[in-house]
Structure formats: C-alpha cells, structure tokens
Ligand binder design. Sequence first.
Ligand code: ZN
Length: 311
Amino acid sequence: MRGLRESRVARAVFLVALGFLAACNRAQTESASRDNQRKIWEDFSGEKTMAHVQTMVDFGPRPPATEAIEKTRTYLTKQLELFGWKVVRQTFSDDTPRGKVEFVNLIATFAAKDTAPSFLICSHYDTKTFDTATFVGANDAGSSTGVLLELARVLAERPDLARKTELVFFDGEEAYQAFTETDGLYGSRYFAKQLAAQNKTEQFRGGVLLDMVGDRSLNITLPPDSPAEMASGIFAAADALKLRKYFTYFDRDIMDDHTPLNEAGIPTIDLIDFDYAPWHTPNDTIDKLSPESLRIVGAVTAYYLSEIALK
Ligand SMILES: [Zn+2]
C-alpha cells in the first residue's frame, strides 16, 4: 500500500516536472522566435553612434601606429566584447612611403560552434596622416566606425544573424601620398590576401563596406561598379524604410576597401557619401555630422542584412 502510494507520488512529481520542462522549452522556443522577429533596424540608435564617434574624435588624430589609434583599438575591442563579440587582432607590417609601418585589423565574430560567418561588414578606422594640420576625421572614418559598432550591438540582439557575419575594422585605408597599388588600402589588401592564402574567400558570399556616412546633408553615392544585386538590395531596403532619397550613384568609380575584396571574388558594396566638402581637410569635425544621418545609414544597412542579404 505504502509502496504504491509512494510510487504514485513519485509518478505525479515526475509528470509535474515533465510538464514544467515542456513549458520551459516552449518558453525558450517562443522567446527565440520572438528574438528572430526583432526588427533590429528600429533599434539602431543615431545617438549611440554619435557618442562612439565623439569618443574616437576625442582621442585626436588616429593615423596607423600611433598612441591614439591604439586607444581606439582598445575602445573598439571593449565595446565589441561588451556586446558579446570575440575580437581577434590581425597584425602585419607593410612598406609605405614612410618606411615600414605596423598595421592592425580588428576582426570580430559572434560565438558560433558549427557555422562559419558568410558575410563581411567593414569600415576602416584609421585617419589620414597630415604633417602640418590637425585632422580628427569625424566623418572619415569616425562615422563608419561608429555605425559598425552600433551594428554590432543591434546584431547581437539577433544571434542568428550575428553568427552569419564577420565585422572587420581595417587599419591603413588612407594613402600616405596617393592611392596606388602599394599605397593605401593596406588593411583590406592584407585581409583579402590572407583569405586567399587560406582558401577562405569562398566562405564569404558578400560584404558591405561603410565609409563617410555621417554628413548632416546625407547623400550616399554608390560606386557605379557596385555589385548590381547588392545595389538593388540596398535601394529596396531604403525604399522599405522610406529613406530612398538618400541613396544614389556616384558618377565615377571609387577606390576604397571594397576594391581588394571585389578583386578577391567577394562581391562587396561601398556605402559612401563622397559628396562631402570637408573631405581630407581639418574641417572634418564632429559638427558636420548628425545622429540622424548615422541612423539612416545604420537602419538601412540593418534592414538590408536582416531582410535581404542574410535571409
Ligand atoms: Zn579618407
């Protein structure tokens, strides 16, 4: 009798526990699918992006191999880790018109056991070297670096998307003299070369590059040789968010960090506003930027990634 009651109690406890586990599982699945419906483009904050840009501008001019760019790296790494990304430094040196210089690309990935990232999101974070002027590069490249950081935050809300991406912060985009085969694009050239050497270019089916995206009077000028399907995707994303008027084509080709990636066979689109009067002048300061412009580019990129490119 006693034994029977005990076993009935045990059975009842077992069933309750089973029910509880099932409920937990259901709750987990529901919260995961809720997460998967999260509209990350609505969460992208222009204000948060602006605060990142301000922090970097406050470090001062940030050319390669300076104390200020090292501070920038530390800041970027801490923020990315805070959002749940793992950061690896890709350090290399290259010959420049100023002799050998050490450069560091930062590569961030989101915890993934069995899936390798298949899409690149990039920006350079160095500023152009000027000997006689103070150049803080609020737009070039503070703005795009800030947008990439804020994208890291909102992507982390959607681990299913974040796991598909690799964020790359390029060093040494700027030429010391003029863009040639051997001056400028140091970071992206090295990154592309390493991918090819490791037979990893095919791992990536595309990429988005951001550069100079904070001008108050925003006018994103896509290079005419942008991968057509990606350009359509960006226009569609902008359309969906009623921001289409900020996106158009530039009238000539643009050499930027997307060039070595495209040459390596990874279709990459450059979201750049080349219609920026203070470009490469000491007037490229934070007062030329607006949180709204940063938000527009960030939201369109987030929408494009979530609803089109990584779908
Ligand atoms: Zn520049």
